[in-house]
Ligand binder design. Structure first.
Ligand code: NAP
Ligand code: G4F
Length: 341
């Protein structure tokens, strides 16, 4: 059975990727951060006690700021594939915590790559690069577009992108970048704009909330569906020669468009509920991200099938179901924490 190591396994993408890898027969090792509250809700449904002979998902405490821990784990686990999804991934927060963002989202990658170079140079490496790196570059953006990052997060991701490429060229490691455009789901963190909107729409429809405060409604994004994007990550590691790929839908919607779609799904007029709050503005904004993912389609056979309209419907439906007490794909539990305590 192939063995994968996933950083950021407790995040949106980590949970979907783990489902995919387990379904393909992998043994999966995930790195999780010690927290004073449970933080494994997105993967609890995949976890079995390690004493169970059927267990194929194993979790280890680690942090991307702790290089010696990464080195120890890599030499013990010796994975075939490594997916580096861990990051301080919130763009607005990166303006508040620029140094920490650089340490985790930037330097975290070199700590991992050095551990790979020393212990498992034969392993394949996937770096979660981001369309945020394109920043102010004109859309559509593809693998040849010059980066112009507009946030401490974007700058840190550019560092990780180049160091990933450098370790490929300097040491012949199998290192790849997936440059993913915005992708969302019912598991999306609650402070990213799509999920903030769909949760509010569900609560407003149920009479639990009166208003929704947002920042810039004019920014344009290429929003896709996260479960499809983790298939792209896996495909990027299955090619013969390591390379970099843009993954996105090619659609172009504004934040206002997404707000309208979400409210229309419950037959409400968004303008009656949405208010402006300048605290959600960023010191520098990324105005327009639209993917040209033709390389991924041609070389990987990857193409998005869910666009923003369907995505908004999936997320609103999920958030309404949650309020109604029915959560089909995210059982909240404490299975792992109980197993190790
Ligand atoms: P996410 O939900 O915010 O998950 C981030 C993960 O990183 C969580 O598991 C988090 O752990 C972990 N993490 C944060 N700081 C860490 C540290 N210092 N050490 C170890 N782990 C740490 O992000 P996502 O949406 O799944 O995105 C996955 C990756 O793709 C990220 O690198 C993100 O920057 C990148 N990306 C995302 C998108 C997108 O649209 N979603 C697009 C392009 C690129 P906790 O659960 O403990 O916080
Ligand atoms: O949902 P967002 O916070 O996502 P953003 O900044 O595009 O970053 C996401 O996508 C990147 C890929 O391009 C990832 F690398 C990154 O990790 C993250 O997943 O904001 C989207 C847009 C922005 O223009 C923002 O200014 O929505 C605008 N916005 C307007 N009001 C808001 C709000 N964003 C948030 N989070 N909250 C608001 O109230």
């Amino acid at each position: 059975m192939p063995t994968a190591l996933v950083t950021g396994i407790t995040g949106q993408d980590g949970s979907y990727l783990t489902e995919l890898l387990l379904s393909k027969g992998y043994v999966v090792h995930g790195l999780i951060r010690r927290s004073s509250t449970f933080n494994t809700q997105r993967i609890d449904h995949l976890y079995l006690d390690p004493h169970d002979p059927r267990a194929r998902l194993f979790l280890h405490y680690a942090d991307l700021t702790d290089g010696s821990r990464l080195a120890t784990l890599l030499s013990q686990i010796r994975p075939d594939e490594i997916y580096n999804l861990a990051a301080q991934s919130h763009v607005r927060v990166s303006f508040d915590e620029p140094e920490y963002t650089g340490d985790t989202t930037g330097l975290g990658t070199i700590r991992l790559l050095e551990a790979i170079r020393q212990s498992v140079p034969e392993a394949k490496f996937y770096q979660a690069s981001s369309s945020e790196m394109f920043g102010a570059a004109n859309p559509p953006q593809n693998e040849s577009t010059e980066f112009y990052p507009r946030s401490p997060y974007g700058v840190a991701k550019v560092y990780s992108y180049w160091i990933t490429k450098n370790y490929r060229e300097a040491y012949g490691l199998f290192t790849t970048n997936g440059i993913l455009f915005n992708h969302e789901s019912p598991r999306r963190g609650e402070t990213f704009v799509t999920r903030k909107i769909t949760r509010a729409v569900a609560r407003i429809a149920k009479g639990q909330q009166k208003e929704l405060f947002l920042g810039n409604l004019d920014a344009r994004r290429d929003w896709g569906y996260a479960p499809e994007y983790v298939v792209g990550m896996w495909k990027i590691l299955q090619v013969d020669k390591p390379d970099d790929y843009v993954i996105g839908t090619g659609t172009d919607f504004s934040v206002k468009d997404f707000v309208r779609l979400a409210f229309e799904h419950v037959d409400l007029d968004w303008e009656k509920f949405v208010r402006f709050d300048e605290k959600y503005l960023r010191p520098t904004e990324v105005d327009s991200l639209v993917a040209d993912a033709s390389k991924a389609e041609g070389e990987l056979g990857w193409k998005a099938s869910v666009g923003p309209e369907q995505l908004a419907a999936i997320m609103v439906e999920h958030d309404i179901a949650t309020i109604n007490g029915f959560v089909p794909d995210k059982p909240v539990g404490t299975v792992w924490a109980e197993a190790v305590s």
